[in-house]
Design a protein around this ligand. Sequence first.
Ligand SMILES: O=C1O[C@H]([C@@H](O)CO)C(O)=C1O
Length: 548
Amino acid sequence: KVWQFEWEVGYVYASPDCEEKLVMAINGQFPGPTIRAKAGDTIHLKLKNTLDTEGVVIHWHGIRQQGTPWADGTASISQCAINPEETFNYAFEVDKAGTYFYHGHYGMQRAAGLYGSLIVDVADGEEEPFHYNGEFNLLLSDWYHKSIYDQMVGLSSRPMKWIGEPQSLLINGRGQYNCSLAAHLIQGSSTCKLTKDCEPVVLQVLPNKTYRLRIASTTSLASLNLAIGNHKMTVVEADGNYVEPFSVDDMDIYSGESYSVLITTNQNPSSNYWLSVGVRGRKPNTQPALSIINYLPNSPSKLPESSPPVTPVWNDYAHSKSFTYKILAKEGTPRPPQKHNKRIALLNTQNKLDGYTKWAINNVSLALPTTPYLGAMKFQIKHAFDPQPPPENFSSDYDVMKPAKNPNTTQSTNAYVFQLNSTVDVILQNANAIAENVSEIHPWHLHGHDFWVLGYGDGRFQEKDVSTFNLKNPPLRNTVVIFPYGWTALRFVTDNPGVWAFHCHIEPHLHMGMGVIFAEGIEYVGKIPRDAITCGLTGKMLINNHLP
Ligand SMILES: O=C1O[C@H]([C@@H](O)CO)C(O)=C1O
């Protein structure tokens, strides 16, 4: 089936956390409309930019864009940003059932509210490998009161003005700033004055049923933890791939990740229950977001009698690791090739460049070129980006446990070019940031592919760690976390001709250069729609009629 959508992106006034701000909306809606399709369906989406003064693109997070790399929605990478009043037609197949989302991928537009859910059901005649009586969709985000322009200028200033912690957390675009729905149960917190936009999400359930919660995080910065009072959750899906079910009291969700969990409504039916989402991994300065599990026929306004679940301590990384390590592929998931053709190691560091703060990978901070890579590579345009291949490793004497001896970095538009259909291992290596005793969480997201997560470890990766790789049932994902001072190993097959971003999903970190570009099989890329290449040097060639 082919689905046709017509969307307009523009700013509207809204009060997602009860404070009125500008919000980037789609057809006036925030979050944007949910797309719901079946595996194998095709999405045709005409996107019109009705922003007054800036371009826009939308990335379909988790959709692999097999054969349609120009529809990946990454400005400067897969396409030219769509100018105000112009339109772009996205056309792509959603080939795998799962919980996905979409979001802006130009500047920091995701953090302005440009996002929504994309749910892919199993194809007709297929069944999910678990049963449930109903489902809910929870799209989680964080929210800042400063505009993204204010934030971006601050991050690109010398010295940097850091954006700090978010003002609130949102569930389906709703939160409550500086107050709590559970104020009567939490000392020192104030009662909320709710308006229509910031009323909490209520999940209406019947007793003794099983529900699927689809959960995705599109936060700008925050790593999240979700828990439901009195109820255990069984994790069954991660990033559009089934996992071996396991049961938890609370779960972490990093930006860019999605999960499905099953809950059974087997608790005292005369009560309602809290669903709470709090911050992990950074010292929180943001109130948890709350939503209500409403056991029918109770009134939805009947507040739970007990306090909301308490988020685990922000720096209890042992707790986070124990959750993450439990995520393993369900039987029947494609297994990784048992051998790799190539391995690269990517060192993540916070750096300085002429006094500006940057993030860099193997000492290269990503700068995006004027001409999107896809067209530049396909048409072999010289000088569109730095042709020097980026480093595939980092110095063997680099001490990841200490601040760098020399924090300076270089900046480049260069790209990793892989042989088509090869198996590539990537070791993501975390390190100490500029300040002493600081190493932060980074969720890495790969475009155009899923990858197998072969393993994690603390400290610097060593050759002997290869023997600990899980080649039996590693989870397939598109986003994976690196823990402070740790490494994460992943494997993927370069089977999708195109140019693909691989980056930290923390919006300010990407803005500060924390990403790399992967390319493969460019000669097999099909005909790029002209609308994707009307800027930079490809745009000039179009004007001069010089494109083949
Ligand atoms: O990029 C970042 O900058 C700040 C801090 O390191 C400097 O203020 C922070 O926490 C980041 O994640």
